[in-house]
Each structure stands twice: as structure tokens, then as C-alpha cells.
Design a protein around this ligand. Structure first.
Ligand SMILES: O=C(O)CCC(=O)C(=O)O
Ligand SMILES: [Fe+2]
Length: 473
């Protein structure tokens, strides 16, 4: 183990960090056994403020990565924070020029749809965020900084991960800020990542919606016809420290995504639909653990070798996304994302008529009840698409030998949708678990689908949906 690394992420206490309530207790105003914070929460008066905060953070760490020992140094065992990892080797990237950057000032919506959306070609969109308060022109008055969010939402909880049973793990903004800026926690190999899809619907935080505008290039968004309450989760605030990120995946329900970066840099690696199969892009037995930094360190280098080329596999498209840029990820693309700095972003998933057939096929299977309501509405507002849906064979009509992906545990062919990619992503978990997002009901989806027991996961999803449907009445 690296001697520079502490074996524990707990910081030393000092009198200066002793919390106000402990001081009050010491002054004899309270019992010495328990003190109350300004927010009314009780904790031991012998505990410093910093110890209290670390207790919260470490509890979240234990829940989000139960396989790692917090006190035994599990979170820092690779020493990625000490250099020589994917975040520090970006100088070696070879394919940075492969992605096109287009400005909303010089490109029309029609051009974007023709050249990029219809052809499922990724691009980086510039000059679209200038007027967004979350971004602030050239950073002036930027509303979505760690400090800015802390000022507005100090005691509000944001989702920082998911536990082994699929339940959301949340931390108060003040604790997240500490976690993301504290020197000790910043040594984590793969830090926790705030990825919250519920904030835009909650009373305390929904004014975050006033801070950005959906670019009109992405207006179509067919799931909006399902209704705000019933549609799958589709928008997230995303922020995290260096080395946090999203490991390689395809976005769920054949949706495309835009990802608008407010601060910091994100490193992306993108592989085209069907260019590579799942077992190749995230093989077993090389120590991948579902963390982005591990993928970039262990898997990414293989994609630039002669052997990779000899197998006829294309190297991923590398992108460094900068603040003020929006990444467009068409459906079916494998992508992995690593935060090179502290980043803050907003991302939204959407489906368009260009890919409605794939979206319908998957959604009907994954969300049967919702898709029924969706079709009813499409008959009124988009009869052309309802006709496409009607023309697809019903599940019972598919031939016995045909693979219906989400009940299949094998994944031999390449997949251009998420349907054969049964490892859950942050977005996918929420898309399938609306109630999980509000902490009501949640299946043990992660464990079960990793074990390949997709049938159980499928049933669990249906059960959750039934519970959600009941709650929505
Ligand atoms: O971490 C990120 O910003 C990318 C997220 C992403 O690709 C996803 O959740 O689908
Ligand atoms: Fe994604």
C-alpha cells in the first residue's frame, strides 16, 4: 500500500472543528450525553462536527460500495489519486479529432436532425448554453456551482448512489460538498457521484428547472406524451469530483441523450452501435467492477492496441468535453464517461420518431402498462407512430426461437440497444424504478441481473411498476 495514503478516511478532530452543539453542551446548556444541532438532529456531544459529517459520509460509502472496507482503506487501495491513471494520461488520446463540433449559431435544427440525429452520429453542440442561469455567460453568476448549490440547498438530500438492494442512497448537500472537497475523501479511487433524477419534481429543488432550457433541437421527446408523472425518469443533475463517472453502457429504452456540461471537463469514449459486443467491451475476468475509472484504466488501453485493430474493431471516439458544450449521444452507442475535474452537468434522455420502432419494441416489454397508456395518447397526437406500433408483432406472435432479450441471459450477438445489456446503469435503474427514486419500493435488481437471473429482475420490475401505478392513483 502506498505510504502516502491513509488507511482510513476519517479525519483527525480538532477543537476548531468542534460543532456548535457540542460547545453548547460543554458550556453546560445541554446534557453531556446528547446534543442537538441547529437542524434538530441529535448526536453524541463527544463527537466533533467533522466526525459527525464523516460518519454520514462513511455510512453512505458503506451502502454504495459494500464490497469495500471504509476503515481498511478499500476506497483508496488502487492509489488512482496519486497519478498514473486514466485521468492523467489524456495526452495520449489519439482520436480526439473524430467528433464534430457544431454551433447552434451556424447550424439549423433541420441540419442537425438530418446529419446527426437520423444518422445516429454523435457530436458536440456549442453556444447553446449561453443564456442558462445554471451556466452563466463565461461563468458569471453561475448558479450551479458546488458553493451555489450548497447555499440554496444546504440541508436538502441529493442522491449519491444506490445500495445493494437498489435503494437510493442520499446525503445532504452540505455533506456532499464536504465529501467532494475534503482532501482525505478526494483520495478515493472512484468517488461517489451525485446523480439525481428526482430533484426536478421535488418541492425543495424543482426551481432548478428554471436554470436551464431544453435546446429546441431536442424538442420532440416522444415520452412526454405519456405524461409527466408516468413517463420514465428522463432528466438528471449530475455532479462529482475527479475520477467519478459512468462506466461503459448503452442508454436505456433505446433513448438518445444530451449532456450539458456546466463546469470541469469530462472524458468520453464512444463506440458505435453494433460495432462491438458486450463481452468484448466489458469482459469478465479483467477486474472490471462497474466503475468508470476502472474501465478507463483496464479496458480502454486494449481498444488502442494492434490486436483490437486486427480483430476489425474500431477504436472508441475520444472526446474531452469542456464547460458550455453539450454532448449528443445517439441511441445504441456504447459510452463511458470519466470526470477529469470536479464537474457539474445536466443531462436528459429522449426518444424521437427517427427511432420510434426500437423505442416502442423495448418499452412495450420493459414497461407494459405505461406503453399501453402511451399508445392511447399517440393515437391522438401522432397517429403515424401509433401505426408503427400497431405494425410490430405482439410478443405472443414472436417465434419461439426468437430471442426476447430481457428474458435472455445470453448475449452472444452485438446489441444496439440496452436490451441485452443487463448490467444496470444509473439512468437505467431509475428508468425502471420510478418508486426507487422516491425511496418507496425498490427491487434487488443489481444483484439479480448481475447473476444473470433476468427473469426475476423482469418480474421485480413489473411488481415495482404495479406498486407505482397503484401509488399514482
Ligand atoms: O456521467 C455522465 O455525465 C454521463 C452519464 C451517462 O452517460 C448516463 O448516465 O447515461
Ligand atoms: Fe449514458
Amino acid at each position: 500500500m502506498d505510504a502516502r495514503r491513509p488507511s482510513t478516511s476519517r479525519s483527525n478532530s480538532s477543537d476548531a472543528t468542534r460543532c456548535e452543539s457540542a460547545d453548547a453542551a460543554a458550556a453546560g446548556k445541554m446534557s453531556a450525553a446528547a446534543a442537538t444541532t441547529t437542524s434538530g438532529r441529535k448526536y453524541r456531544s463527544s463527537e466533533t462536527h467533522e466526525e459527525h459529517v464523516n460518519k454520514k459520509i462513511n455510512a453512505a460509502k458503506r451502502r454504495t460500495r459494500s464490497e469495500l472496507s471504509v476503515s481498511g482503506g478499500g476506497w483508496t487501495k488502487h492509489g488512482y489519486a496519486y497519478g498514473d491513471d486514466a485521468t492523467t494520461t489524456i495526452g495520449t488520446l489519439r482520436h480526439l479529432d473524430k467528433i464534430e463540433r457544431i454551433s447552434v449559431k451556424t447550424t439549423t435544427k433541420e441540419e442537425f436532425i438530418e446529419r446527426f440525429e437520423r444518422t445516429r452520429t454523435p457530436c458536440v453542440i456549442t453556444d447553446a448554453m449561453e443564456d442558462w442561469p445554471c451556466y452563466g455567460k463565461r461563468g458569471e453568476g453561475r448558479r450551479w456551482s458546488l458553493d451555489g448549490l450548497h447555499e440554496r440547498f444546504r440541508d436538502v438530500k441529493f442522491k449519491i448512489g444506490t445500495d445493494d438492494d437498489g435503494y437510493a442512497v442520499r446525503l445532504k448537500m452540505k455533506h456532499i460538498k464536504h465529501y467532494m472537497t475534503d482532501a482525505t475523501h478526494m483520495r478515493d479511487d472512484s468517488p461517489m457521484y451525485a446523480f439525481d433524477g428526482g430533484v426536478f419534481d421535488k418541492r425543495d429543488t424543482k426551481n432548478l428547472l428554471d436554470d436551464f432550457t431544453i435546446p429546441d433541437w431536442f424538442e420532440e421527446d416522444l415520452f412526454k406524451h405519456v405524461g409527466e408523472k408516468r413517463r420514465p425518469p428522463y432528466r438528471w443533475i449530475v455532479f462529482g469530483p475527479p475520477r467519478s463517472g459512468s462506466s461503459v453502457h448503452i442508454d436505456p429504452l433505446a433513448t438518445s441523450a444530451w449532456n450539458a456540461l456546466i463546469s470541469g471537463r469530462k472524458r468520453w469514449a464512444l463506440s458505435p452501435p453494433r460495432s462491438v459486443d458486450k463481452e468484448t467491451i466489458k469482459p469478465r475476468g479483467i477486474g472490471l467492477d462497474g466503475e468508470a475509472v476502472t474501465w478507463f484504466n483496464k479496458m480502454y488501453p486494449r481498444t488502442t492496441t494492434g490486436e483490437w485493430k486486427a480483430r476489425g474493431l474500431p477504436p472508441p471516439i475520444d472526446v474531452i468535453q469542456h464547460p458550455g458544450e453539450i454532448m449528443f449521444v445517439p441511441d445504441g452507442w456504447w459510452h463511458a464517461v470519466l470526470n477529469l475535474d470536479h464537474t457539474m452537468a445536466v443531462t436528459q434522455n429522449f426518444s424521437t420518431s427517427a427511432r420510434f420502432d426500437a423505442v416502442w419494441r423495448i418499452t412495450r416489454r420493459a414497461r407494459p402498462k405505461m406503453s399501453g397508456k402511451w399508445l392511447e395518447k399517440l393515437r391522438l397526437v401522432r397517429p403515424d407512430l401509433a401505426a408503427v406500433a400497431d405494425a410490430q408483432p405482439r410478443r405472443s406472435e414472436t417465434s419461439a426461437g426468437e430471442k426476447t432479450s430481457s428474458t435472455s441471459s445470453s448475449s452472444t450477438g452485438s446489441s444496439d440497444t440496452e436490451e441485452e445489456d443487463n448490467e444496470t446503469t444509473k439512468k437505467e435503474r431509475e428508468m425502471f424504478q420510478r418508486a426507487g427514486a422516491s425511496g418507496n419500493v425498490s427491487p434487488d435488481k443489481t444483484k439479480r441481473s448481475r447473476a444473470g437471473d433476468d427473469k426475476i429482475a423482469e418480474l421485480a420490475k413489473e411488481k415495482i411498476q404495479a406498486a407505482n401505478d397503484a401509488m399514482e392513483i
